[in-house]
Ligand binder design. Structure first.
Ligand SMILES: [Zn+2]
Length: 467
């Protein structure tokens, strides 16, 4: 199963490479081999961007295909980016780490892992991680996040409420403060969206030049190959990561091996994605100009209007008695909705406050939906860990950029995503530890030192999730 999960992850990584380059330009009319049609994820077929020769299936094997070709097209010798094998390796390692964490290291709190519940949560997390990785790489390349990715995660999280195991997914009792906030906030969010559709509430940044990352600006998804010389440091780093993971397996405990595998996967992915291809246009200047919109403060005020109904109705739900049945699926549904609202809300408030203070758009419009999707999967309070972990990770990269003398502008999506992936493992132990520091007497004793991601919050939680 470990081998299968790793191979599956590598294959998904191979597919993500396609998604990363094609999703932002999906539907653009392109011509390939005398056929002109809208670009899709499956057409044109996998080909060399320089000589347009198709790539044989046996050379399309994840990671090994690139190594067999030694990073060069077999027909025209054009270099192939090291990003491809590294994204494949990174995705494979993260998939493997989640399986190890669930079924090998038993990162749950019972002596017998519930296979059914574990499988549902594992499938949810695999889809979650795949969407986060795609969003990260697209954000790193184009400074946009296609909203289909966070929406897909939210849809899968909501669907998993029907099947899910209560202990592994976010949950909030209908009678608790969290459950009431989730209910009121969701009704308010639906109301706000209806008001925008009815044109009663204005859309922010609605003139074409105001939309950050206007699709027309996006270059065609032809991967500009960096020089081969540049790809070898990346490949060497990937080999070192693979070696460390193997050593961790051989000598360390299952828990440590799972964590090292996950961190190795994240690093391999970032090393593949973050260095910009040498021929790619540098969008930093463009993004700087767009964020310095003269009307930023006026436009962001429209977003305050949008947030008022969810806020007011969430507060109202606290005082108005609503009788809801205490069904497990309803608890999970409210837990997912609470995470979605709290996650999206936190980033949105930062965006609004930052824009009002600095007079320029403080955060991408898609960061709030992305964080909402993260909250829907990890729940409250783990989403708060993501909120505080992401800027720390981003700061590390900002320092790297500073040393390279590059403009200090960085997309936030990758850091939110990587913090979310790490939180699947470290979120609940961290919350548990933190609770013990603050409430040594009231903190619940856990069955083991490691608790599950999405495990119901300890009773100290201000959101009042399931006891
Ligand atoms: Zn070629």
């Amino acid at each position: 199963m470990s081998g299968f999960l790793f191979f599956l992850g590598c294959c998904v990584g191979s597919f993500l490479n396609v998604v990363i380059w094609r999703l932002p330009a999906h539907g653009t009319i392109v011509t390939f081999k005398n056929r002109t049609a809208p670009l899709t994820l499956s057409w044109p077929p996998s080909h060399c961007p320089m000589c347009h020769n198709a790539i044989a299936w046996y050379r399309n094997i994840p990671v090994l295909g690139w190594l067999m070709l030694r990073g060069k097209c077999s027909s025209c010798q054009a270099p192939i980016s090291a990003r491809y094998p590294l994204v494949e390796l990174g995705t494979g390692l993260i998939y493997l780490s989640l399986y190890l964490g669930f079924f090998d290291a038993h990162w749950n709190h019972g002596p017998t892992p519930d296979f059914h519940g574990g499988a549902v949560a594992l499938i949810l997390y695999l889809i979650f991680v795949s969407c986060l990785l795609a969003a990260s790489a697209i954000d790193a390349d184009f400074f946009i996040i296609p909203l289909r990715l966070p929406y897909l995660v939210m849809a899968v999280a909501l669907a998993s409420c029907v099947f899910g195991a209560p202990d592994m997914l976010p949950a909030a009792a209908p009678a608790s403060i969290g459950g009431k906030l989730a209910l009121g906030g969701t009704v308010g969010l639906l109301l706000s969206n209806a008001l925008v559709l009815l044109k009663i509430l204005p859309r922010s940044f609605s003139t074409p030049q105001d939309i950050p990352g206007n699709p027309q600006d996006i270059p065609l998804p032809l991967n500009p190959p960096p020089t081969l010389k540049k790809s070898w440091p990346q490949i060497t780093a990937g080999c070192v990561i693979a070696l460390i993971v193997l050593l961790a397996w051989a000598f360390w405990s299952a828990t440590a091996a799972a964590l090292v595998t996950m961190i190795g996967g994240i690093l391999a992915f970032l090393i593949g994605v973050l260095p910009r291809p040498v021929l790619a246009p540098d969008d930093s200047q463009l993004v700087l100009e767009e964020s310095a919109d003269v009307n930023a403060r006026r436009e962001i005020s429209k977003e305050i209007l949008f947030l008022l109904p969810p806020l007011c109705l969430a507060m109202l739900a606290l005082v108005v008695p609503v009788a809801l049945p205490a069904a497990p699926w309803l608890e999970r549904l409210l837990g997912v909705l609470l995470g979605l609202l709290v996650g999206g809300g936190m980033i949105w408030v930062v965006r609004i406050i930052g824009t009002l203070i600095f007079g320029r758009v403080a955060m991408g419009a898609a960061d709030a939906p992305l964080m909402a999707a993260i909250g829907a999967v990890v729940g409250v309070p783990a989403v708060i860990v993501v909120f505080f972990l992401a800027p720390i990770l981003g700061l590390v990269w900002a320092i790297v950029l500073k040393f390279q003398g590059k403009p200090n502008i960085l997309p936030y999506g990758p850091w939110l995503s990587m913090a979310a992936i790490l939180t699947l493992f470290i979120g609940n132990p961290l919350i548990h530890w933190y609770a013990q520091q603050i409430f040594p007497a009231t903190a619940p004793t856990s069955h083991s030192s490691v608790m599950w991601p999405g495990e119901p919050a300890p009773s100290f939680s201000p959101a009042g999730t399931r006891p």
